[in-house]
Design a protein around this ligand. Sequence first.
Ligand SMILES: [Zn+2]
Length: 431
Amino acid sequence: MLTRQLGRALAAGRGPAARGLATASCAGGESVTIRNDSSELANLSAHFLRAECYCPECRHGATNQRLVDIAASAGVTAHSAAIAEDGSLKVAFSDGHASTFAPRWLELHSRSSEPDGSRLRRISSLAECLEAQGGPALPESQRPLPLDAPPRAPWAAIEEGGSQLAGVLRNFRRHGAVVLEGAATGDDVIERLAQALGGERATHYGARFHVLSKQQPDSLANTGHALGYHTDLPYRAEVPSVQALHCQQSDAEGGLSLLTDGFAAAEQLYKDDPMAFAELACTPLSFCWQGREGVLLRAQRPVIELCQNLTLRAVNFDNRNVRLRLLPESLGGVAGKSLLEAYSALGARIDAPEKTLKFRLEPGEVMMFHNRRLLHGRTAFDASSGARKLHGCYLDMDMIESTERALELQAEGAMTRFDAPDFARGSFWDA
Ligand SMILES: [Zn+2]
């Protein structure tokens, strides 16, 4: 509430705090209130402040990626708050952590391009539309992700092609993941996979990349840190739709692979708290990456993406690279509070152990998953106990679907290029 006013005051160099006029307090602990003599300038969610702490303990030094788990710090409250001489906000939290927030930081985090109330109106109108149609729809072809073990298929299907490969791709499209077994462990495996499935999608990591513990990591993926559930590259304008990871070595202790179904978590959130779902679907957040000299990537998208007909299109969940917002208008009246609560509510459903797959990817196995629907992660590993080396690439779901269709048509002996006589008897275009 009134965060923008605080931002404007600080931005204009009229920082009341800097002139010793502002005070901070945290009665109740759920939020930190900044006031001057005449009025309240800001009421900031303690959860927001804890999640956004940018000290070296909370941010990974080489990559600036967030180490604090946003959803897990949902219950953290503020014990004390004060404005320092230089105008920065100092907060001590119930988890024992102390943070300092510069005035410029508060200003940057309170910027909003939307007029007051517009976001809240969008949330309530979406909530109404969703209610009228009984909640968000799932893509028609979708089947649940099996939770006892990941769907498996032989690597040989990739080499052989034909209807066997079409079947593997059909199951992959339905369940969102597959582990291909029995590949070799050389660097050419990923290349052959990409060749069979329409080519790699090159990114700032290159056409293909290795995931292993590095001395100079450009991402937390290339350390031994645990990686909580996330989707990859939400900070790209075009998010890669599929990721493939080929296990070349797996001797380190730990480093288990994790998969969970983001659409199932979003559906559960809708059932439990439809307003939280609508808030996540209506609020674009920035995702940023700055892990390497000369590369500064940023994109805005909501955590839950819906198609126009309210079918789930994607979940964007990336604790490390999401930039939270102190929205001036918030459902609960405390800047950032309801958005953070909604985000954490989704996070809790994503983390639900009974809804997740945890397994060791063995050398010669290739895990492939739908990056816009599934979330992946890994447990921490100890690089000194042995090597863990994955080789990966991104792929395009539409090219994989195209491959599946083409293989099916070829199996029937039908043309796969547009052909006028074939068109006359009804074809792909009419389906
Ligand atoms: Zn910190």
